[in-house]
Write a protein that binds this ligand. Structure first.
Ligand code: AMP
Length: 143
């Protein structure tokens, strides 16, 4: 179902222009209007879902198969060295329609790991306690 107020639904419907890399099917790809580097592409499901956990399990493979395909194409097509693949869920997500960023990367392109400030665990016990909390929340459970 499309959401009439969603800019990406409007792009998918052809109401707002975009440069499509993949313009047909259940999963589409178009250029980000404010690219980190030329060729920065957004891969989006046609269906309006907001975050990755909202995506039905049987839709995950088509979305990420397309991400894989586009990640290869930006390198081959633009003579890049590699790519950066990212997906914001709620925090730092400025468009509430699931989209995976596929950004062509070149060595020394200045992106420097996306400016992520890194932290540390106090010790192994703290790391294990955090891992245990995430393990306990897995749905379906592990094992
Ligand atoms: P995020 O901040 O992770 O939600 O990413 C949203 C992305 O959508 C940003 O990189 C924007 O530049 C991009 N964007 C927003 N509006 C448009 C548009 N009309 N066409 C193409 N890209 C857009």
């Amino acid at each position: 179902m499309a959401d009439a107020g969603c800019i990406f639904c409007r792009i998918i419907a052809g109401e707002v222009p975009a440069q499509f890399v993949i313009g047909d099917g259940d999963v589409l790809a178009f250029l980000d209007a404010r690219p980190l580097f030329p060729g920065h592409t957004l891969v989006v499901p046609r269906e309006h879902v907001v975050t990755l956990p909202d995506l039905a399990p049987d839709r995950v493979e088509p979305v990420f198969a397309t991400v894989r395909r586009v990640a290869a194409a930006v390198v081959r097509g633009l003579d890049a060295d590699g790519s950066f693949v990212a997906l914001n869920n709620v925090v730092s997500q400025s468009v509430p329609h699931l989209h995976v960023h596929v950004v062509p990367r070149r060595r020394k392109d200045g992106l420097r790991g996306f400016f992520w400030p890194r932290t540390k665990y106090a010790d192994d016990a703290e790391a294990e306690a955090i891992a245990a909390r995430v393990r306990a929340a897995l749905d379906p459970p592990e094992g």
